[in-house]
Design a protein around this ligand. Structure first.
Ligand code: HEC
Length: 129
């Protein structure tokens, strides 16, 4: 077998790192956070369960880790949550009455495309506890 030259080793390391699932996840995570920031979601939402809203009230919208926990295993969650994000929710049918202080989510279709909303939903639903 040929001996590896000094140049090959860093290249090999870079290739291994770039294909590592941990790094790929970190990149996806960062992209999702940026998308949510750019789309205005964090004005009302937080990720962590113990997040507080303005004046120490509950956050305006439910923390996304709570969303992940509630819809775990729900086959329709992806479709329903994407529709909720795009079209908004109803003040008369609140899903998060006890956990949030906002009365409804306005339609976000002006701020985000449906494809991007789906990306965020997939990421939200996969958030760890
Ligand atoms: C102006 C505040 C506001 C903004 C901006 C906002 N949300 Fe919401 N969101 C809410 C509120 C309030 C609820 C809870 C509605 C309820 O109780 O039915 C909610 C609920 C949700 C839910 C759960 C829906 C359900 O049916 O259980 C998801 C998922 C969600 N938001 C994602 C997003 C994403 C992604 C964005 C950005 C594109 C976003 N939200 C922007 C206020 C907001």
């Amino acid at each position: 077998m040929k001996r590896m030259t000094a140049i090959h080793l860093p290249l090999l390391l870079a290739a291994v790192l770039a294909s590592s699932p941990v790094l790929a996840d970190a990149k996806k995570d960062e992209a999702a956070r940026q998308l949510a920031t750019k789309s205005g979601c964090f004005i009302c939402h937080a990720i962590e369960l113990d997040a507080k809203g303005p004046e120490g009230l509950k956050p305006v919208g439910p923390p996304w880790k709570a969303v992940a926990a509630r819809y775990k295993g729900d086959k329709n969650a992806r479709k329903n949550l994407t529709a909720a994000i795009m079209g908004g929710t109803s003040v008369y049918n609140r899903h998060w009455k006890e956990e949030s202080s906002g009365v409804a989510m306005p339609p976000n279709g002006v701020a985000i495309s449906e494809a991007d909303a789906k990306k965020l939903v997939d990421w939200i639903l996969a958030l760890p506890k």
